[in-house]
Design a protein around this ligand. Sequence first.
Ligand code: HEM
Ligand SMILES: *[C@@H]1O[C@H](CO)[C@@H](O)[C@H](O)[C@H]1NC(C)=O
Ligand SMILES: *[C@@H]1O[C@H](CO)[C@@H](O)[C@H](O)[C@H]1NC(C)=O
Ligand SMILES: *[C@@H]1O[C@H](CO)[C@@H](O)[C@H](O)[C@H]1NC(C)=O
Length: 356
Amino acid sequence: MGFGRLAIFVAVAAFHYGSAAVVKRTVTCPTGQTTANEACCVLFPVIDLIQQELFDGGECGEEAHAALRLTFHDAIGFSKNGGLGGGADGSILAFNSTETQYAANEGIDDIIARQFPVFLKSGLSPGDFVHLAGNIGANNCPGTPQLPFSFGRPPPIAPAPDLTVPLPTDSVTDILARMADAGFSTPEVIWLLSSHSIAAADKIDPTIPRTPFDSTPGTYDTQFYLEVLLKGTLFPGNGSQSGEVLSPIAGEMRLQSDFAFSQDSRTACLWQEPINDQSFIQGKFVAAMTKLQVLGQTNLTDCSDVIPTPAPFTADIHFPASFDQNDVQVACTTTAFPSLATVSGPAPTIPPVPAP
Ligand code: HEM
Ligand SMILES: *[C@@H]1O[C@H](CO)[C@@H](O)[C@H](O)[C@H]1NC(C)=O
Ligand SMILES: *[C@@H]1O[C@H](CO)[C@@H](O)[C@H](O)[C@H]1NC(C)=O
Ligand SMILES: *[C@@H]1O[C@H](CO)[C@@H](O)[C@H](O)[C@H]1NC(C)=O
């Protein structure tokens, strides 16, 4: 892509911290953008391609959500002890006909079909494409911390086997065990689940596609952790489905596993901790995602500075209209629940995430 006329301008600036001199290099790419590492220049046109062809010019919509989910379902095909796949290797894209057959990957075929032609145009390896697209998609959502990107995953060798991806019907014990086998601590699991703040379900109840897990699926915030704790009273669609439990709000879906984590003595305080603490969850999510996206990978190049900066979210969160502290199923006994105001007006009905 026009790299014949590559001109590299290297600006060198020296910053002095005490006696140590830190030299920061900046390369100006053919596209005019800058990065610390020339090898990252190829990503700028790919990011534009992804934004235009996958995310409708940069939206936090259905495809962005699904692209983030895809990073998890790809990467978690991994075990510290080996034998469960190559981790964040793009096998879910390259070996899609195998991995989309797995029950936990239900619905993943849609985003695979959307990504595949864009992947072919990108020139990236499957792993780099899946994880770059996931980060760009997530970063389209206000409030997401700027997710870093490591570049240089080799092509995947084989599909991941079945049963590496947790199901919403799995117990807390089983999900924690599976995640620990991939290298994640219990707190990291709870922090990764902040992804469900920009998420919806298509397949749990197929009569109500794109039903979100919180009232603000277009914003990465801590509303999700709060709303999972509100007393459940209804099923948003055609009655009770496998993997879902009672939801507090019309139009909102609550996963059985999310609720179980919110109530289990091992995780209840971890679940409560992020509520209305945006900078806390941002820091924890970045760290856990960074780990997720390099599972099974070595010798990658840090290209984090090519990733666009997300719009901020800094407001306090609120109880949805008609809810207050009395509706919270408090399960953490050691920390006080944060004090939150209630949105005024009648109880809301949450609209589905717009169709792509
Ligand atoms: C650990 C246990 C987890 C379980 C049991 C679980 C389960 C689910 C289920 C059942 C859905 C709805 C699928 C559908 O019906 O369309 C979903 C959606 C989603 N999940 Fe998870 N998940 C887990 C962890 C994660 C993690 C770690 C991430 C990312 C880092 C993630 C990101 C997402 C996203 C973004 C969606 C929304 C996809 C969309 O809106 O199209 N999940 N998850
Ligand atoms: C799945 O991957 C194959 C190549 O392995 C590709 O030809 C096919 O188009 C992909 N399927 C979808 C739905 O994109
Ligand atoms: C709704 O649920 C009932 C009972 O589970 C089932 O028989 C029916 O087919 C469902 N309706 C639709 C539209 O899926
Ligand atoms: C690491 O990557 C660099 C640059 O891509 C390459 O030259 C080197 O051989 C790689 N080392 C290993 C151990 O793969």
